[in-house]
Structure formats: C-alpha cells, structure tokens
Design a protein around this ligand. Structure first.
Ligand SMILES: C[S@@+](CC[C@H](N)C(=O)[O-])C[C@H]1O[C@@H](n2cnc3c(N)ncnc32)[C@H](O)[C@@H]1O
Length: 279
C-alpha cells in the first residue's frame, strides 16, 4: 500500500486506485485523464481524420474513443490490464466507433509504434523517460507526441498548456498540464551543400549539431566559416539563414534519408538547394 500511495501521490490523486498489471518493470497506475483534458490533448496534437492516434497505456480507452468519435481519426490503445481492455472495447462499441479503433492487450514497450501519427501518454515520469528513446527511434519525423502532466525530461516540449480541470482529483478540481513534442528528423552531422545561390563554385560544407529539436551549425564557404542564423527543425522541416557575403540567404527544406532538399531565397531570387549527408 505504501508504493500504491506513493504512485497515487505522484499522480496528484486524492486516493489510490491501482490495477495489478505486473508485465513490465516500468508501470503506471490506472488514473483516467479527465474528459476536458482529453479534449485539450487531442486539440493540442492537431488530430484530424487522416491521423492514427496511439494511446500508450490506454486505461478505459477514453482518449482512443474520443480521437475516433470527435476527430474522425483511427486510433489504437495499448493496455496491459485485460479488464481495462475489455471495458475499452465495450465503451468503443457503445460510442459507435468500434470499426475505427483497436485495443492491443500488451506491454506498451513491446508494441510497434510506426503506424502512429499522434501518440498520447499519461504515464509516470520514469516510464516516460524509458519510453523516450523508443518514441524517437520508431516514430516518423513530424509525428506529434502529447503528454498529460508528466514531461520527457531533457527533451523540451514544443508547446505547453496549463489549465484548470474541474473533474480532476475525483471532482475536487485541479491543474492539468498538457505538452506537445514534434518528433525531429536526424539533421546532425556533416553535409555537402550545393546551390546556385552560393558563391562559385556553388558548394559549402555544412556542420550541424543537434539536441532533440534544437539545432545549431556552421557552413564553410571556401575557407570562410559562417554560423547558421536562426536555425530551426520542426519534424522534417529545416530552416536557417546564411550570410554568403552578398546579403542573407534563407534556406527552407526537408530532411530526408541521407539528404536535405529545398529552396533558398535571397535578394536576387529563389533557387533550389540540396545537401547530402557525409558523416
Ligand atoms: C494513468 S493511466 C492513463 C489511462 C489513459 N491513457 C488515460 O489517460 O485516461 C496509465 C495506464 O497505463 C497502463 N500501463 C502502465 N504501464 C503499462 C505498460 N508497460 N504497458 C501497457 N499498459 C501500461 C496502466 O494499466 C494504466 O491503465
């Protein structure tokens, strides 16, 4: 009961209601997200009918069902408590969305995340932290991750909303925090950049360092190092400005497998650019 109380306290609960799943060393107790917070999570994730939402540790299925019913998305719940999976399937049938949702009974750490375009979590901090590498390894760049209350530590969220949820703490009310992360592409490394926008011969070496979605770097034009100004990475979309000696050049592009491609705008026009990954 001591562990139960500690977990409940971590989730800011008035009392403890914990299911008995033991399939993983890392577990979170069953505490439902209030409906008003579910709404804010799905809105923050920008869920559309084209999305596949995965709720990892899906409890009674409320996030999955809301994604299908209110946003027209396909949705998958992963939950290791068989009783909760059964309740979720019943709830989905009752809500008329059984054909758009699926519940997997199993350990969220063992499930393939690649179908997801949006992932939602309401899990304890140590579970989130253990999950972080899996999210970054398996989700496509641009996938949105939305968490309730507990963050992903040093991977800073792209957006945070904090608000009052009247249903929280068994109707006593409380604060909900919802956070959004956009899975970044892998942009780090050395790249050979080519564009007619660059001074002859139209080439530069580009070195990019990356900490999750935060990037910085420099280009070497001839022998002249130039820092990338205002570099940003949002999913696969990369932007930076480079002063190549004749005014700023604004690069806008997409990171793909082993290459980046896009357009660059300068005072004299717009040109294509391409960079190939060297190491
Ligand atoms: C705090 S509840 C959140 C439920 C639901 N996502 C919501 O927001 O209403 C966490 C859920 O994750 C489940 N869970 C915890 N660890 C899990 C694991 N490793 N695999 C699958 N389910 C897990 C628990 O059984 C519990 O139902």
């Amino acid at each position: 009961m001591a562990a139960c109380t500690a977990l409940a306290a971590a989730l800011a609960l008035a009392s403890c209601s914990v299911t008995t799943g033991t399939q993983s060393d890392f577990s979170s107790p069953y505490v439902p997200t209030p409906d008003s917070t579910v709404e804010r999570m799905l809105a923050l994730g920008g869920v559309t009918p084209g999305d596949t939402v995965m709720d990892l540790g899906s409890g009674d299925g409320r996030i999955v069902i809301a994604a299908a019913k209110r946003y027209g998305a396909r949705a998958i719940g992963v939950e290791y408590d068989p009783k909760l999976v059964e309740v979720s399937r019943l709830n989905a049938r009752e809500a008329g969305v059984a054909d758009r949702v699926r519940f997997i009974e199993g350990d969220l750490f063992k499930v393939d995340l690649s179908p997801a375009s949006v992932v939602t979590v309401y899990l304890l901090p140590d579970v989130n932290l253990k999950l972080r590498d899996k999210l970054l390894a398996e989700l496509r760049p641009g996938t949105r991750v939305v968490a309730h209350d507990f963050d992903l530590e040093s991977w800073r969220p792209d957006r945070v909303e904090t608000f009052y949820a009247p249903e929280k703490n068994r109707g006593g009310g409380g604060t909900s925090r919802v956070m959004l992360w956009i899975v970044p592409a892998e942009a780090r490394g050395t790249w050979a950049l080519r564009s007619p926008a660059l001074p002859a011969p139209g080439e530069a070496d580009l070195r990019i360092s990356q900490n999750f979605q935060a990037i910085e770097g420099q280009a070497t034009l001839g022998r002249r190092p130039v820092a990338l100004a205002t570099p940003t990475l949002r999913g696969p979309e990369i932007r930076f400005t480079l002063d190549a000696g004749d005014g700023p050049l604004a690069f806008d592009g997409e990171v793909r497998e082993g290459e980046m491609v896009g357009t660059v705008r300068g005072k004299a026009g717009t040109w294509p650019w391409r960079a190939t990954h060297e190491r």
